[in-house]
Design a protein around this ligand. Sequence first.
Ligand SMILES: C[S@@+](CC[C@H](N)C(=O)[O-])C[C@H]1O[C@@H](n2cnc3c(N)ncnc32)[C@H](O)[C@@H]1O
Length: 183
Amino acid sequence: MSDGAHWDRRYARLGPAPAEAVGLPDVFAAHADAFPTTGFALDVACGQGRAALWLAQRGMTVQGLDVSAVAIEHATAAARRRGVADRCTFEVADLDGGLPSGPPADVIVCHLFRDARLDRALIARLAPGGLLAIAALSEVGAAPGRFRVRAGALGDAFAELQVVAAGEGSGTAWLVGRRRGSY
Ligand SMILES: C[S@@+](CC[C@H](N)C(=O)[O-])C[C@H]1O[C@@H](n2cnc3c(N)ncnc32)[C@H](O)[C@@H]1O
């Protein structure tokens, strides 16, 4: 089964996200103040748009990408319900084919989707001073598994960013980092 079909089934079973399902993922929540409130944000593998909608509600223009057409439908409907549809674009994209082109991003969120082949493109897409917030399943504090990153993997992958905060444990690794430089 393709990624799209697999995730479509999961999201169809779940149904549209409840109204309260908007917010910065918990792992990044202590660093909410580091996230800008203007400019362009990209939510990679956005699911039902939880983080994207939070960024849009704070004032950013947001693009969300996900392989699941069902998740994208749910995210689009939620943006309309929340009155932020004018600032949100949600698109079906299979990231196995790489990161689609787009404008430099002031924020990129990539929460619980890991594809190391995208790392260079994510860094390159950040505007100078832009923020990457990435989280992945980790082997730290959990049994090794096909979808889990090894200890230190995110720090190695994004070493050229200035780390705002990072951690790993309880099966999750996360990093908030800023691209060096300014406009
Ligand atoms: C664990 S969910 C995380 C969703 C969202 N980031 C969140 O935190 O709520 C993983 C997401 O990755 C998406 N995904 C899986 N494979 C993908 C691919 N090849 N291209 C784009 N999205 C993909 C799924 O559809 C799903 O929405």
